[in-house]
Design a protein around this ligand. Structure first.
Ligand code: NAG
Ligand code: NAG
Ligand code: NAG
Length: 245
């Protein structure tokens, strides 16, 4: 009898395990003319993905799977190399400052174009967006596949590095523009950061800087309270994240 109870328990555990095997796939594709090193960061209450950072050569794709109830963000690092003297891995843009390819729980150093995702468990809405709230470094899109509902692609396809206002530009050592800061990061003023007296949707509107981002990338978040035109939903989809769509 005892062994039968054990067997039932075991079957039960396998079934729970089966539900955990129910995953969402993120396919990362690099259409840029330069390599990208992807970074992934999970939200506080969801597990890390199997890779927190990886090299994505030009023209290649990599699949990662996540639990159905995952939330987190993705970004692309550019101009990465290991320092010949120290061996430390470092990137011109969106570096996660770990000294290695894995980001290991660390987010990007701004500016970084972000894809943000909160999955709904397969039966309720997934929420996803492209955010320029922490600035821009590389064009990105996220496209739902095989979902149900109002499942639309959202992107920042324009290269804001070429249209970046002078006072927001970030350059590499050879003066090439590798990123475009948010006005919040560049000036650290509450009206740009939507903090303090500007800490609510009714008191924090777009600025002349965020408008530059919004004109270039209408479906992306251009400042903290840009929700109305920037959050997208879909149920039970897989997603394709493309760099330089
Ligand atoms: C996967 O999830 C769907 C929807 O949540 C559910 O109907 C299905 O039974 C699950 N499959 C497994 C193997 O857990
Ligand atoms: C400058 O550096 C960037 C990033 O490291 C590189 O992609 C680019 O080709 C360089 N440009 C020139 C003109 O050397
Ligand atoms: C935004 O407005 C400020 C103050 O009026 C001005 O100094 C700045 O050049 C403007 N920037 C852009 C990108 O329009």
């Amino acid at each position: 009898m005892e062994s039968r109870a054990l067997l039932l328990l075991l079957i039960g555990l396998v079934m729970i395990g089966g539900i955990n095997c129910n995953t969402t796939t993120f396919e990362f594709t690099n259409n840029c003319q330069h390599p990208v090193w992807v970074g992934t960061l999970s939200g506080a209450v969801t597990p890390a993905l199997e890779q927190t950072g990886f090299h994505l050569p030009v023209g290649t794709s990599v699949d990662l799977s996540s639990p159905h109830s995952w939330s987190g963000r993705f970004w692309g690092r550019t101009g990465c190399a290991a320092n010949p003297d120290t061996g430390k891995f470092c990137c011109d843009s969106a570096d996660c400052a770990t000294g290695s390819v894995a980001c290991d729980g660390h987010g990007p150093t701004p500016p970084a174009t972000l894809v943000e995702v909160t999955l709904g468990g397969g039966t309720s809405n997934d929420y996803y967006d492209v955010s320029l709230v922490d600035g821009f470094n590389v064009p990105i899109s996220i496209e739902p596949v095989d979902g149900t509902g109002d499942c639309r692609v959202t992107a920042c396809s324009a290269n804001l590095n070429t249209d970046c206002p002078t006072d927001l530009k970030v350059t590499a050592s050879n003066d090439t523009v590798v990123g475009c800061k948010s006005a919040c990061d560049a000036f650290e003023e509450p009206r740009f950061c939507c903090t303090g007296d500007y800490g609510s949707p009714s008191t924090c509107g777009p600025s002349n800087y965020s408008q530059v981002f919004k004109e270039a990338c209408p479906s992306a978040y251009s400042y903290a309270y840009d929700d109305a035109s920037s959050v997208f939903t879909c149920v039970g989809a897989s997603y394709i994240v493309t760099f330089c769509p």
